[in-house]
Design a protein around this ligand. Structure first.
Ligand code: ACO
Length: 386
C-alpha cells in the first residue's frame, strides 16, 4: 500500500512525545537541561526564588522588568483587591466538598467558573483576577473539607501570607511565608511543560484565559507532571527507614515501576529547582519529626539516583522538582492532596504569561499526527457484515 505523500512526510518528522520539537518562542523562562540551569525572565532561579516576594517574581515574569517600589506596591494592591471569588465558584466548592471531590479536581471545577460574573476579556486585568483567585479557591476548599466555612481573604497580606492565613486561620510567621514564596517562585514557570503547552494551545485558537487555565489544571494533575509530589512523599513514608530504602526501591524498579520525583524530559542533570527547594526545606527543619523525614528523604534520594543509574544506564535520571516540593509542602503542614493545587496556585502565573504571549503571536498551534491505521478499508453495508 502506498501512503500519500503527506503521510510519508509525517513519518519522517514524527517525534515521540513531541521530544525536541520547538513549538513556540518565549521570553519567559529558559530551561537548560544539559547544564541544569533555569532562568526566569533573565534571572537564575537560584537568585530569584529565595529573594523575591511572589508578587515581585510575577511582576518580573509578566513585565520583563523588576518592579520599582511603587510598581510593586500598586501590583500588590490590585491583586489583593481581586481575591474575592464569584458566587458560582463558592457554590461549586461547597458542592464539591459535600461529595469529597479531590482538591485538584475541585480546583479545576471552580477555575471554570471564574468568568461567571464578568465575561473573560483576555486582558491583563482578567489575568490578575485569576492569579489572585487561584490560591483563594484552594484555601477555601481546604476549610470546606475540614467542615469549616472559608475565611474572607485579607487585603493587608501578600499572596503567600494570605494563602497560609486562609488555610489555618492564623497569621503565619515570616519563615513560613518565605518558604512558600521560595517554592512558588521556583515553580511559577518552566518552559513549554505539558500544562503550559495545554494553555497555549487553548488560547492559540483565540479561546479565553479561563478555558486555558482550566485545561492547564487538567494537564497538571496527572502523576507524570504536577501530580508526582504526593506519591513521592508517600514513597518516603512507605520506605520508613534508611535500611529499607534499597530493597524497596529495587523492588519497584524490578517491577518496572517509576520512582516519583525522579527523571525529567529536559534535565539530564539534577533539576536546579530541587537544590533551591532542598535548601528551603532544610531551613524549615524545626520539629524533630520533620527533621527525621528530611534526613530519610535525603537518603532515599541518594539511593534512588544510584539505582536509576544502574537500572537505566545512560538515561541521566536525576531528582526532579517534585521530590523536594513534597518535602517542603509537608514541612509547611499541607496534606499530600493539597500539594498539586498549591503548585497550581503558582504555575497559573506562568500559564497566564504564556497565554498573553501566545495571544500576541497569533498563530494557531496545530501539529500533525502520523497515521498508522488502515487505508482503503472497504465500506460494507451493515446487513452484509460478518
Ligand atoms: N523511574 C524509573 N524509570 C524511569 C523514570 C522514573 N522516575 N523516569 C523515566 N524512567 C525510565 C522509563 O521507564 C524509560 O525506560 P525504558 O527506556 O527502559 O522504557 C526511560 O527512563 C525513559 O522514559 P521516558 O518516559 O521516555 O521519559 P520522558 O522524558 O518521556 O518522561 C517523566 C519524563 C514523565 C518526568 C518521567 O521521568 C517520569 O515518569 N518521572 C516520574 C514522575 C515524575 O516525577 N514527574 C514529575 C516531573 S517534574 C514536573 O512535571 C513538574
Amino acid at each position: 500500500m502506498t501512503y500519500p505523500e503527506t503521510m510519508e512526510k509525517n513519518m519522517q518528522t514524527a517525534s515521540s512525545g513531541l521530544d525536541g520539537v520547538i513549538a513556540a518562542e518565549t521570553r519567559l523562562s529558559h530551561v537548560d537541561g544539559l547544564r541544569g540551569r533555569l532562568v526566569i525572565a533573565g534571572v537564575s532561579v537560584e537568585d530569584l526564588a529565595p529573594n523575591a516576594s511572589f508578587e515581585e517574581a510575577v511582576y518580573l515574569l509578566w513585565n520583563d522588568a523588576l518592579p520599582t517600589a511603587a510598581d510593586l506596591a500598586s501590583f500588590e494592591e490590585r491583586l489583593a483587591a481581586r481575591r474575592r471569588l464569584p458566587g458560582a465558584a463558592s457554590r461549586t466548592l461547597h458542592d464539591a466538598a459535600a461529595k469529597r471531590v479531590p482538591p485538584i479536581t475541585a480546583l479545576r471545577m471552580a477555575a471554570g467558573t471564574l468568568d461567571a460574573d464578568q465575561p473573560d476579556a483576555g486582558t491583563r486585568e482578567q489575568a490578575e483576577s485569576v492569579l489572585a483567585q487561584f490560591p483563594v479557591i484552594v484555601a477555601s476548599y481546604h476549610r470546606l473539607l475540614a467542615g469549616l466555612e472559608p475565611l474572607e481573604p485579607r487585603t493587608d497580606l501578600g499572596a503567600a501570607a494570605n494563602y497560609l492565613y486562609m488555610l489555618t486561620g492564623m497569621e503565619p510567621p515570616s519563615d513560613r511565608v518565605r518558604a512558600l514564596e521560595t517554592y512558588w517562585n521556583t515553580v511559577m514557570d518552566h518552559g513549554l511543560n505539558a500544562s503550559t503547552f495545554t494553555a497555549r494551545v487553548i488560547v492559540s485558537t483565540r479561546s479565553d484565559l479561563i478555558s486555558a487555565v482550566t485545561g492547564a489544571v487538567g494537564a497538571l494533575k496527572g502523576p507524570l507532571h504536577g501530580g508526582a509530589p504526593g506519591p513521592a512523599l508517600g514513597m518516603v513514608f512507605e520506605i520508613g527507614s534508611a535500611q529499607n530504602a534499597e530493597p524497596y526501591l529495587r523492588g519497584k524498579l524490578d517491577r518496572d515501576e517509576r520512582l516519583m520525583g525522579f527523571g525529567h524530559r529536559i534535565y539530564r542533570v539534577r533539576d536546579p529547582r530541587a537544590d533551591v527547594l532542598s535548601d528551603a526545606a532544610a531551613r524549615l527543619v524545626r520539629s524533630a519529626e520533620f527533621e527525621e523525614t528530611y534526613a530519610l528523604a535525603r537518603h532515599v534520594e541518594e539511593v534512588a539516583v544510584r539505582l536509576l543509574a544502574e537500572y537505566k544506564p545512560g538515561r541521566g535520571l536525576q531528582t526532579n522538582v517534585e521530590f523536594y516540593t513534597a518535602l517542603l509542602l509537608h514541612g509547611l503542614g499541607l496534606e499530600a492532596d493539597f500539594f498539586t493545587p498549591t503548585f497550581a496556585a503558582s504555575r497559573v502565573a506562568g500559564w497566564l504569561a504564556h497565554c498573553l504571549e501566545q495571544m500576541e503571536s497569533g498563530r494557531i498551534l496545530r501539529p500533525e499526527s502520523r497515521y498508522v491505521g488502515q487505508v482503503n478499508r472497504p465500506w460494507v453495508r451493515q446487513d452484509e457484515r460478518a
